[in-house]
Write a protein that binds this ligand. Structure first.
Ligand code: GLY
Ligand code: MN
Ligand code: MN
Length: 440
């Protein structure tokens, strides 16, 4: 199984601590277990920031980083070993495992955090935390601060600065290391296999969930614990619903099906969209729209390179899509004026992509100092133009209505431009039709 090596977590903690102000402390809680219903839990997914700094996969844990502390800079609070609980729910690292296997300098039972953590905070000037994203944790933090304040008459010094950790941490997460790109390539490889399998299985008379099952099979077989987000399997007019989730409609002869799905490996996402004809053969209208979207994506790839800014790829897609809609008679007028008036928006209402990483819509600023961010080597993003012609759009000829096409790939910025991570699934009309014909 491809995963992030232990040494990388150490490197990340050191890199974060090197950016923290002197005499400060960072505190991050693990994700809580989410209840699905009564005593059934959702599949556990670690918080991305917590995972990024520790690789520690358990709930009920707290990372504490204290740069320069002689007795150890990295303290982990976690669940203790418990034979009874482990019999029912599975093994725990325990405090010994936290030190032995996860590189903590010191570890304490999570049940002791209220007694120990105020002492670790005390005397430090500044606390870094993800303020505002976890109400329960924020409340605890204030309780710990108040414990220190209550001892002020004994000389205890509460911190007086509270800083959002996000800025430092999320900027680090934006630049992917070689190990991260390797894991993302693996997630992409498995997701490509899943899309290929769904294309091969596509038949009129099946339902959307039949294809979702094909995706899930490849995800799990490849070692992915779960999809990186709810898979979108949208046939016919459902392809015009951007985040369609129902996945239960019939696949009809003559319709397109749009699948937006990707798995997650070691908490790194992939995010692929392909659109193909249910019966394996594009109609002339479907092909015409498809070719415009594909050309828009190609134009976007050409605008992804170091020193190009974030919005250039989006602008390229708007140009190609607007010109294409005019050429096909779906829009009338001068292309530049139509772009200025955003006439393309009823057909193309989202952006050309987003950062991709541990979160499918990954962290990282898109603008810096009010200007679009300039791309740098190691940034990973999606490129996903689309055209969606509403079934209710009375201003276009009937033959176009209900066609929705999106094509989405994942790329990493390289010195030369960008490298497509998701090239393993066909994309041209000819290649899709050939793959589907071979599977019939
Ligand atoms: N799957 C969500 C997106 O493509 O942004
Ligand atoms: Mn996406
Ligand atoms: Mn997607």
């Amino acid at each position: 199984m491809i995963h992030i090596p232990k040494a990388e977590y150490t490197r990340r903690r050191k890199a974060l601590m090197a950016q923290m102000e002197p005499n400060s402390i960072a505190i991050l809680p693990a994700a809580a277990v989410a209840i699905r219903n009564r005593d059934v839990e959702h599949v556990y997914r670690q918080d991305s920031d917590f995972q990024y700094l520790s690789g520690f996969p358990e709930p009920e844990a707290v990372i504490v980083l204290m740069p320069g502390r002689p007795h150890g800079e990295y303290v982990l609070f976690c669940r203790e070993r418990n034979a009874e609980r482990e019999l029912w729910d599975g093994l725990r690292a325990g405090t010994e495992g936290a030190i032995r296997d996860f590189g903590a300098d010191d570890a304490f039972p999570i049940t002791d955090i209220h007694d120990i953590l105020p002492g670790l905070i005390e005397g430090r000037d500044r606390v870094y935390s993800a303020m505002g994203s976890n109400a329960e944790f924020d409340r605890h933090l204030m309780e710990w601060i108040n414990i220190i304040r209550s001892k002020a008459h004994l000389g205890a010094q509460p911190p007086n600065e509270f800083v959002a950790l996000d800025h430092l941490l999320h900027d680090m997460r934006l630049y992917k290391s070689a190990a991260e790109v390797k894991v993302m390539r693996e997630a992409a490889r498995i997701s490509c296999a899943a899309h290929v399998r769904a294309m091969q299985a596509s038949r009129a008379g099946l339902r959307e969930f039949s294809l979702e099952a094909e995706l899930d099979y490849e995800f799990r077989k490849g070692g992915a614990k779960m999809p990186a987000y709810g898979s979108i399997v949208a046939a016919g007019r459902n392809s015009c619903i951007l985040h369609y989730q129902q996945n239960d409609a019939l696949l009809k002869d003559g319709d397109l099906v749009l699948i937006d799905a990707g798995c997650e490996i070691d908490c790194y996402a992939s995010d692929i969209t392909r659109t193909w004809p249910v019966n394996g053969k594009f109609s002339p209208e479907q092909q015409a729209i498809y070719e415009v979207v594909l050309a828009a994506q190609e134009a976007a790839f050409a605008e992804i390179a170091p020193n190009k800014h974030w919005n250039q790829a989006h602008e390229a897609t708007v140009q190609v899509i607007t010109a294409g809609l005019v050429r096909l008679g779906l829009l009338q007028g001068d292309v530049d004026e139509l772009i200025a008036g955003e006439a393309y928006k009823p057909f193309y209402m989202h952006r050309a992509g987003h950062w991709l990483g541990m979160d499918v819509h990954d962290v990282g600023e898109y603008k810096v100092g009010g200007e679009w961010r300039v791309l740098e080597v190691g940034m990973t993003l999606t490129v996903e133009p689309g055209i969606y012609i509403s079934p209710d759009n009375q201003s276009v000829a009937k033959k176009w209505r209900g066609i929705g096409v999106r094509i989405e790939d994942d790329v990493v910025v390289t010195k030369q431009g960008c490298d497509i991570l998701t090239g393993g699934v066909p994309k041209t009309v000819a290649d899709i039709e050939a793959l589907m014909a071979a599977a019939r």
